[in-house]
Design a protein around this ligand. Structure first.
Ligand SMILES: Nc1ncnc2c1ncn2[C@@H]1O[C@H](COP(=O)(O)OP(=O)(O)OP(=O)(O)O)[C@@H](O)[C@H]1O
Ligand SMILES: [Mg+2]
Length: 296
């Protein structure tokens, strides 16, 4: 990528005691673009997001926001500005909603806090606008409580909250994996539209390389705390170089089907070879313009 990233991990490592969760991880997020972080359970995807959310400190390396090291954010104002700009959408659409508050309250509160909207009519107008922006019916949705909505609708409320806060970067950790297959696409399309229309930068975390391909311009494939292959989505998906990426792709015969279900049917020799290759710490090879692989 040529333009400066809005948010980046630069050679980040993370150890939890003796567990090496991340090793030499570099990623870049750009306005109006999505990067998919793909890999199996325990590969380190959520740890990347938590480091970007300032919930964990990297053991090595840096987090750069608009080119500045976030470890050097000055005072509460700068830290708050960062926390506003970088928002997370979680897997469980219920988890981050308070069951005792209406949907109106969930959207109004960040608007009042962050956008300083004090006037009641202006606030109400803006809440309704944001509900419409995430394709929920404003009048009927605003007075409801979270349990009165479907999982997909709740995830849309979570997305509306990131807009209310004024997020520039959204870290979406398996945002559709707990939703029915039939409504996943709608939520993915909404994220795609926010990216396009509002220029938001997305980190899209998933097990599922099929949906990654659908939403992200770039893909980074993680295995055991390391990115083993990365680049333009088309390049990586059409000509996967690393045995682990090849394994992930061979496990997805059907775009509607998640990786885990299919993997169990694979020949175990291929699985073993892919895992061995992913552990090696070879050099990095450039396959094409924006397509890189760690030597296996
Ligand atoms: N707070 C923590 N303390 C100790 N170990 C942790 C902590 N958080 C993560 N780990 C370990 O770091 C590794 C990476 O975990 P992480 O949650 O980032 O994986 P993941 O790719 O998000 O997996 P999943 O797909 O299951 O969500 C795992 O071995 C995990 O057990
Ligand atoms: Mg995770």
């Amino acid at each position: 990528m040529t333009a400066e990233p809005i948010l980046a991990l630069e050679r980040v490592g993370k150890s939890f005691g003796s567990v090496r969760a991340l090793d030499d991880v570099s990623i870049e997020l750009h306005p109006g673009r999505a990067l998919a972080l793909v890999g199996e359970s325990g590969s380190g995807k959520t740890t990347c997001a938590r480091i970007l959310m300032l919930q964990h400190k990297p053991s090595e390396g840096r987090v750069l926001f608009k080119g500045e090291d976030v470890a050097k954010l000055h005072g509460t104002a700068e830290t708050l500005a960062y926390r506003r700009a970088v928002q997370m959408v979680f897997q469980d659409p219920f988890g981050s909603l308070n069951p005792t508050h209406t949907i109106f309250h969930h959207i109004a509160r960040p608007l009042a806090l962050h956008a300083g909207l004090a006037d009641r009519r202006a606030l109400r107008g803006r809440v309704m606008e944001l509900l419409a922006a995430v394709e929920l019916d404003p009048e009927s949705t605003a007075p409801k409580y979270p349990h009165q909505l479907s999982g997909g609708q709740r995830q849309r409320v979570n997305i509306a909250r990131t807009l209310a806060v004024g997020a520039e970067v959204v870290l979406a950790d398996e945002p559709t994996s707990m939703l029915d297959v039939s409504i996943r696409l709608g939520v993915l399309n909404l994220l795609e539209r926010m990216k396009r229309e509002r220029g938001m930068a997305f980190l899209y975390i998933t097990h599922d390389i099929a949906t990654a391909r659908y939403v992200a311009e770039e893909i980074a494939v993680m295995y055991a705390g390391r990115i083993v292959e990365w680049g333009d989505t088309g390049a990586v998906v059409d000509a996967p170089q690393h045995p682990y990426t090849q394994l992930l792709l061979s496990a997805v015969p059907d775009p509607e089907r998640p990786f885990h279900g299919a993997a169990s049917q694979l020949d175990t020799g291929l699985v073993g070879r892919a895992r061995d290759a992913a552990r090696l710490t070879g050099g990095i090879r450039q396959v094409a313009g924006n397509h890189f692989v760690r030597a296996a």
